[in-house]
Ligand binder design. Structure first.
Ligand SMILES: Cc1cc2nc3c(=O)[nH]c(=O)nc-3n(C[C@H](O)[C@H](O)[C@H](O)COP(=O)(O)OP(=O)(O)OC[C@H]3O[C@@H](n4cnc5c(N)ncnc54)[C@H](O)[C@@H]3O)c2cc1C
Length: 387
């Protein structure tokens, strides 16, 4: 089905992204990121230079000024995921959809001036650290504290599963500054790489996204100056988190739909070529029906996610709607990837094939950004309340 959310600016931008992909997203690049467990900084800088990273940084700070209009980010996701480089799309997403928005929406003018120009060029890469070994879904259970001392805070605790956590220069860190678990007990601080007591732990070995680092972080009496308290006021951490969640969830949905589309395209090409029993795999009725189902699902996914992008652009994507979008799109993505992989037979299980990598990458879409069970909880609370 024809999509109608892009205009000629987006299509011109798509050409730019394709050109970047041609030059910087070769098999050799992808293999290097996978072997190193991270995307190298030169690639991030080249993307920023080409104008496809740093899209969410306001123009006055040297970025693309597209934070409220997700369509350009969607084009980046589509093209990079279609090139089989989910890890690169993930690394871009952490910068543009997670780290930068906290500074744009909640940073003081001084914080914005300090960080955003360098985030626009990828000289500075950011990460967002909420999850801890003992608290993921239940973020009010975090134990990392930031204790007020003269001129700043002393941060103690540990975070885990932090995307870009091994390579980040600045970590937007969710901490406790008060007692108990009321919303105003939490704040966000910007922890800088190199601060004494701040350690980037080992890169975690994952089943997917091999080329994007995910790490543990530890904080032992890390001094964070007052000027690094996000927004300059204590007790706003929860509200700040809530402010950005719809974008985070929309972004996961878009990546999921882009992966579903890519899987369909790879599979169509494959089943036309591969033969068994003297005919193309494409000629078996099962293949044809599976593909018909997948194609209809992918159309529905675009229709839904495009509508969500519009709602976001108009400031109308509520927490409940974003939760719905996140869980529904990523559940369908999973079904699509599974059906497509099956049509590749054994090759679908081999990581050399993009379908295998995309399948492994897709699994975490149902877990992070708020698990899909938590998403359903949010939606059902809005529907029927909760005693
Ligand atoms: C590759 C990867 C990258 C990540 N990147 C980041 C990052 O950059 N920053 C960051 O802060 N975090 C990140 N995370 C963490 C991620 O957001 C959490 O793993 C996720 O929120 C789930 O938390 P948990 O792992 O502690 O699971 P738990 O909260 O322990 O949940 C375990 C299971 O119980 C279910 N469950 C929990 N509570 C309920 C409930 N109330 N009702 C029903 N079911 C429930 C969950 O859905 C899940 O199935 C990442 C995780 C991974 C794997």
């Amino acid at each position: 089905m024809e999509r109608d959310i892009y205009d000629e600016d987006h299509e011109a931008f798509r050409d730019l992204v394709r050109d970047f992909v041609k030059r910087h997203v070769t098999n050799a690049d992808r293999e290097r990121w996978d072997a190193n467990g991270e995307v190298d900084r030169d690639t991030m800088k080249a993307a920023a230079e080409a104008g496809i990273l740093g899209l969410s940084v306001p123009e006055e700070f040297g970025g693309g000024g597209m934070l409220q209009d997700y369509r350009f980010r969607a084009v980046v996701n589509e093209e990079i995921i279609a090139a089989g480089a989910g890890s690169l799309a993930g690394a871009f997403g952490i910068q543009d959809d997670l780290a930068v928005p906290y500074l744009v929406h909640m940073g003081t003018p001084e914080q914005q001036a300090k960080w955003l120009p360098r985030m626009a060029t990828a000289e500075v890469v950011g990460a967002l650290a909420m999850t801890e070994p003992g608290a993921g879904s239940d973020l009010r259970g975090i134990r990392t504290t930031a204790k007020k001392v003269d001129g700043g805070y002393l941060v103690n605790g540990a975070k885990t599963f932090i995307s870009s956590g091994a390579t980040a220069d600045v970590v937007v860190t969710f901490v406790k500054t008060g007692e108990g678990n009321r919303p105003d007990a939490f704040s966000i601080v910007l922890v800088e790489d190199g601060a004494p007591g701040f350690e980037h732990g080992k890169k975690l070995e994952k089943i997917g996204f091999h080329g994007h680092d995910t790490a543990e972080l530890s904080f032992t009496d890390v001094f964070v100056p007052d000027e690094n308290l996000l927004g300059g006021e204590e007790g706003h951490g929860f509200v700040q988190l809530m402010r950005n969640l719809p974008l985070e969830r929309l972004s996961i949905g878009v990546a999921g739909v882009a992966a579903a589309q890519a899987a369909l395209d790879w599979t169509l090409a494959y089943v036309r070529e591969r033969e068994a029993f003297g005919s193309r795999i494409a000629d078996f009725q099962n293949t044809r029906f599976q593909l018909a189902d997948v194609a209809a699902t992918v159309d529905a996914l675009w229709a839904y996610i495009d509508r969500a992008m519009r709602a976001y652009a108009n400031g109308e994507l509520s927490a409940e709607e974003a939760a719905k979008v996140k869980f529904w799109t990523t559940e369908r993505e999973w079904e699509v990837l599974d059906a497509c992989l099956q049509l590749f037979g054994g090759y679908g299980y081999i990581l050399e094939y993009p379908i295998a990598r995309a399948f492994a990458d897709a699994r975490v879409h149902r877990i992070y950004g708020g698990s899909n069970e938590i998403m359903r909880d949010i939606v059902s609370r809005a529907l029927v309340g909760k005693r």
